[in-house]
Ligand binder design. Structure first.
Ligand SMILES: NC(=O)c1ccc[n+]([C@@H]2O[C@H](COP(=O)([O-])OP(=O)(O)OC[C@H]3O[C@@H](n4cnc5c(N)ncnc54)[C@H](OP(=O)(O)O)[C@@H]3O)[C@@H](O)[C@H]2O)c1
Length: 324
């Protein structure tokens, strides 16, 4: 594995170039501010009537409508939501300069064909492995967030240099930039979201809470056990790895984890994980995401409402209100 840091990367491919950041949301805000603070000429491209315009201007950034920002830029970064990137690309394609670079922070829209970039463009990926809020706060603290980089199309011969200089300018190379591909980044990210950290873990917490409550345990106690301890184990794993975490917990917890962990996450779970990975690779999730956008996000809205109404959430809010 190749991991590049600031000292390994030539910043000059971005020198004198203008970068247009399309979207001023989670990643757009962090990346434009980090680029600006790294001395890069940045313009934030927004749709007409954007609610983000005032905030971006107040932060000292130049803003422009999408067409104007794209037409003036050497590098265009697609930082609007993934599911609208196909429509957004079709809208801006006529304004993209010949030989410009088109960047992404997630491989999804190129890997699954939502965006089919013109042949004259360089197409690169710089995917910070965490939220924009942390990308910005780490940068401001003189640190960085690890990221993946890749090139899908090298029309000018400069795509690699631009990708690395971009990753350096947003601070990722302070921690490390790892070479990947659009397919690897997209598939691994979508798999994890469904099967592991964002899909699997919360459902495990909910199932544990429900089981304890059904067994007569007070909701507050069930919540402290099944949800409250997650941050403790996350911090320990972050600092020491999984084996190191196990070494610093009590023998009681360690034996319980050993006997119970593989009983819960058994061969059936692993088989369903493999199914999820195969479905992701076949493009089924990318299709579902586009259907969700087309329906006005109906399933997401319903799921959010249902989640807010559960006993677990009511207990969580009650404990928070009590300062717990
Ligand atoms: N969220 C993360 O932490 C994270 C982490 C790693 C990678 N990524 C990747 O980064 C990219 C951006 O994700 P995000 O979460 O930062 O997005 P986001 O916060 O949802 O993006 C919101 C921004 O997109 C703009 N936007 C929405 N629809 C638009 C449209 N139809 N035309 C033009 N602009 C539109 C919004 O404009 P208005 O201001 O007008 O509403 C807003 O400025 C994605 O590829 C994502 O996978 C995200």
């Amino acid at each position: 594995m190749e991991l590049l840091r600031d000292a390994d990367i030539d910043p000059s491919p971005l020198a004198g170039k203008r970068v247009a950041i399309l979207g001023y949301g989670n990643q757009g805000r962090a990346q434009s501010l980090n680029l600006h603070d790294s001395g890069i000429d940045v313009v934030v491209g927004l749709r007409g009537g954007s609610g983000s315009a005032n905030e971006a201007e107040a932060a000292g950034l130049r803003i422009a409508l999408l067409d104007e920002a794209v037409g003036s830029a050497d590098v265009v970064m697609m930082l609007a939501p993934d599911e609208i990137q196909g429509a957004l690309y079709r809208e801006i394609e006529p304004q993209l300069r010949q030989g410009a670079a088109l960047g992404f922070s997630h491989g999804l829209s190129v890997r699954f064909g939502l965006v089919a970039p013109r042949a004259d463009l360089d197409v690169f990926l710089v995917a910070p492995k965490g939220p924009g809020t942390a990308l910005r706060s780490l940068y401001q603290a003189g640190k960085g967030m690890i990221g993946l980089w890749a090139v899908a199309q090298d029309a000018t011969g400069d795509a690699r240099g631009i990708a690395l200089a971009y990753g350096r300018a947003i601070g990722c190379a302070r921690a490390g930039l790892i070479a990947s591909t659009f397919a690897e980044e997209a598939e691994a990210d979508l798999f994890n979201e469904q099967a592991v950290v964002w899909g699997g873990v919360p459902e495990l917490l909910i199932a544990g809470f429900d089981t304890l409550v059904a067994g007569g345990v007070a909701p507050e106690v069930a919540l402290l056990e099944c949800v409250g301890e997650l941050k403790l184990i996350a911090d320990l794993i972050d600092e020491r790895g999984i084996a190191g975490m196990r070494e610093v917990i009590s023998n009681t917890a360690e034996l319980g984890a050993m006997l119970g962990g593989t009983r819960i996450v058994d061969a059936g779970v692993r088989a369903r994980m493999a199914e999820v990975l195969a479905e992701v690779r076949a493009g089924r999730f990318a299709e579902a995401l586009q259907r969700e956008e087309a329906s006005g996000y109906q399933r997401l809205e319903t799921a959010r409402e249902q989640a807010r109404a559960t006993l677990l959430e009511q207990t969580f809010r009650r404990l928070k209100d009590l300062g717990g």
